[in-house]
Design a protein around this ligand. Structure first.
Ligand SMILES: Nc1ncnc2c1ncn2[C@@H]1O[C@H](COP(=O)(O)OP(=O)(O)O)[C@@H](O)[C@H]1O
Ligand SMILES: [Mg+2]
Length: 271
């Protein structure tokens, strides 16, 4: 058995605009700065994509792998920040429509890649449509992003509820983003926790990160560079680095056929 398996982490929320893509990109950069091998899967089909935040234009995405026989190695793109990105573009619906032969080739290609990464971070879209749910289902850890807005709370709750009721997933990790202070973060988490405790049973929720509201985030979006790279001492950077260190303490489930393969199998071969 392989000594070390990658961990697959999805970044998700019920609501758009909470900071998922910024968190995904900066977490990837922070883990890479700790010498971890990271692949960021851009599964968000919205406007502010990973490539926009990085100022990169990937020539290929998964669509080309499926339809134009472009090799996985040509689709993966190195970033200047030590991690790679895998642009998805076409989403799960597209993947489910592949022929069994295409699915198996994709699995084999991913399997070869397994030894080369420590973390697969999946930036999902917002909402609770199948696209988002499947990526969350296939991931091993789910980071649910909350903000101080009340709607982010109800939307996070709705996401957790549907993940549990439709898919039996009951373990979530929470990142509080755009927080004015620590008390607000604790209060938002407490409210989510108490709603889950009241109306759902057996949900495990952990507050694993608190990221302050920080104007550097917006500046870095304008500059199309991760804030952890261009503002090493800003509050958002310090918080994301702490989350990255925290993540490195998490146990990696030791699945027999590997975590990346497991992830893609769940996505591709579900009924
Ligand atoms: N910690 C933060 N402080 C200030 N602004 C933030 C923070 N996190 C995200 N933002 C801003 O929120 C907006 C939405 O972020 P984005 O990552 O695109 O969200 P999502 O992927 O959830 O839709 C962006 O304009 C970004 O600059
Ligand atoms: Mg996004």
């Amino acid at each position: 058995m392989k000594a070390h398996l990658p961990l697959v982490i999805s970044v998700t929320s019920g609501k758009g605009g909470v900071g998922k893509t910024n968190l995904s990109v900066n977490l990837a950069a922070a883990l890479a700065a700790d010498n971890k091998r990271v692949l960021l899967l851009d599964a968000d089909l919205g406007l502010a994509n990973v490539d926009v935040l990085l100022g990169m234009t990937p020539p290929f995405n998964l669509f080309h792998l499926f339809h134009e026989d472009v090799a996985l190695s040509s689709i993966l793109m190195d970033t200047p920040y030590g991690f790679k990105i895998l642009p998805a573009a076409s989403g799960v619906g597209e993947m489910l429509a592949l022929s069994p032969g295409q699915k198996i080739s994709l699995l084999e290609a991913m399997d070869e890649f397994e030894d080369q990464i420590d973390y697969l971070i999946v930036d999902t879209g917002a909402g609770i449509h199948d696209n988002v749910l499947y990526f969350n289902l296939a991931a091993q850890e789910r980071l649910v992003v909350l903000t101080p807005e009340p709607t982010s709370l109800t939307d996070a709750y709705a996401l957790i509820k549907v993940m549990q009721q439709k898919h039996g997933v009951d373990r979530f990790k929470v990142v509080a983003n755009m927080m004015p202070d620590m008390n607000t973060a604790k209060e938002m988490f407490r409210r989510l926790y108490s709603a889950c405790d009241h109306f759902l049973s057996g949900i495990s929720l952990d507050l694993v990160g608190v990221i302050p509201r920080d104007s550097t985030v917006r500046d870095s979006v304008m500059k199309q560079k991760p804030f952890v790279a261009i503002a090493p001492a800003c509050p958002a950077t310090l918080a994301v680095k702490e989350l990255a260190r925290n993540i490195q303490q998490w146990e990696v489930p030791n699945k027999l056929d590997g975590n990346i393969k497991f992830f893609w199998k769940q996505l591709l071969f579900r009924e």
